[in-house]
Structure formats: structure tokens, C-alpha cells
Design a protein around this ligand. Sequence first.
Ligand code: SAM
Length: 305
Amino acid sequence: MLSYRHAFHAGNHADVLKHVVLIQLLRYLGQKDAPYMYIDTHAGAGVYALDTGYAAKNTEYESGISRLWDRTDLPPALAEYVGLIKEMNPSGKMRYYPGSPYCADKVAREQDRIRLFELHPSESKILEENFRKTESHAAAQGQRVNARGKRTMIQKTDGFIGLKSLLPPPSRRGLVLIDPPYEVKDDYRRVKDTLVDALDRFPTGTYAVWYPVLNRMESRQLPDKLKRLPVKEWLNVTLSVSTPSPDGFGLHSSGMFIINPPWTLEPMLRELMPYLVKALAQDPGAGFTLETGTGLGTQGGARRG
Ligand code: SAM
């Protein structure tokens, strides 16, 4: 059950979509001085080396972040995402890729709070080590790190369960990223059940769910189930980089389902997604869909890029 290692997939097209959206959601929350809480129910290792270990085996980043690395015409949201990764690779060679916790750590401010759950013993150990390194680096640069102990907390427990104890956050402002491996089909059910409970505790929070678009029933049904949750607004964006393979093997498409999205997200994605499709397309089957709605129905209608 805990065989999934995100390093195999680090920096692939699905990570690109997820992390660009994540950074923009956090940026929006950071526009007000009041602190927010970022909760990552499935945090992973935090940082991934691309030239060694699991990531170097599959080199999935070559069909993702690598295709954006040297581009000079990136739309602003993509430029910010690539800029964050360039900062962690000061030699100019892409050696490290940030996971969602690292993206959040870079974007969140001192007053914000970061709460990370990672169940896999090895991954959570690496996550803790990565955060220790970030803190030592910040201290060496003379940056304040004294609030870090409280600012970031890592728990080696089940994120679906742990989330309950954090909602609502004291500031009543927050973003929850739910990004399970979906290796077991129960993950699909748990995503929905967790959201039902979380929305009851914190209805005004923003929730971002990453999901794979696969030819299996649970995957196809998940966005439709999420659309029926009693929420004010939702946004669903998918990115496909190729035609699905005949045997259904491999990940050709993924989505981000956002509950209570900021109003800025849809126009930003309308600008960004056509660019992303062109940059990451592997064949004419590449495209995107973007739709918005309320808990009562769909407003925007799906559009393919
Ligand atoms: N969010 C990370 C990112 O964007 O960089 C990637 C996370 S990866 C897709 C999913 C992670 O969830 C894996 O590291 C896995 O060990 C962990 N995991 C699996 N089940 C979990 C659970 N119930 N609670 C917390 N972590 C879990």
C-alpha cells in the first residue's frame, strides 16, 4: 500500500499543472496581510533530485518541467513557477525539483502556517531533512528562522484523518491540497468523504484536489462527484499531453479540482493552458478542459484547447 514514491514522477506534466496552480492559489491568499494556513494532506518528500535515484530512472521531468526550462516567452504564472525552480538550481542546470511543501515554503510568508502530512516513513524522514536544510540555509543567509518551528509542522500520520484536527484554521483563511497516490481505489472514496467532512468544518476554505485522468471508473467519476458537493463555486482544469495509449498504460492526463477558487484563477488559466498544451504536447491528442460551476451545476462549460 505504501509503495508509491513520488520521485519517479517528479517534474512531470502532472506536477507542472499542480504546482503552477498551487503557487497561484497561495499568492492570492498572500494578498491580504492576515495569515493563512496551508495544509498538504499528502506532502511527499518536499524536494527531489532529478539526476539520481528514482527520478533519474523514469526521467518523467523531461516531458514536463524540462520543456519549459529554457523558454523565454512564458506567461506570468508559468514564469513565476519556473523562476522558483531556477532559484533552487543556482548553477543553471536543473538538478532539483520542488514538491508541493517546498513551493509552499517559498511562497508563504512568515506569519502563515504550513502543515504537512506524509505517511510513508522514508518520505517523511526525507521531508524533515529537507526542511532542516532549508532552515540552515536561511539562517546562513541571515534570514529569520526563529518562527519556523511553529510556521511549519510535519506529521507522519494519515493526512485524510489529520486534516480534521486542523479545520477550521484559527485565521479562518486557508488552502488544503489533497494529492494522494490513487494507487488504491479507496483513495478516490476518501478524497470525497474527506471533503464532505472538511467543508462542514470549514466551508469557506479553498481546497485543491489533484487527480489522474485514467480509463478506470473511479477516476472518471471523481470530478463528477466533487461537482455535486455543496459548495459555492468550483473550478475543474485538466491537461492532457497525448492520446491515451491503447492499453491504458501511463499517465497522459491529469486534473486539478478547486473548491472556492479565487476569481483570478479562471482568467489566468484561460491564458496559460493553451500555452502549456503547446509546450508539453506529445501528439495531436494533447489539450485541456476548463470548467467552472456551483454546487448546483456547471456554468462555464468545458472547452478543449
Ligand atoms: N504533494 C506532493 C507534491 O506535489 O510534491 C506529492 C505527493 S505524492 C503524489 C503522494 C504522497 O502521499 C506519497 O508520498 C505517499 O507516501 C503519501 N501518502 C499515501 N497515503 C497517505 C496518507 N493516507 N496520508 C498521508 N500521506 C500519504
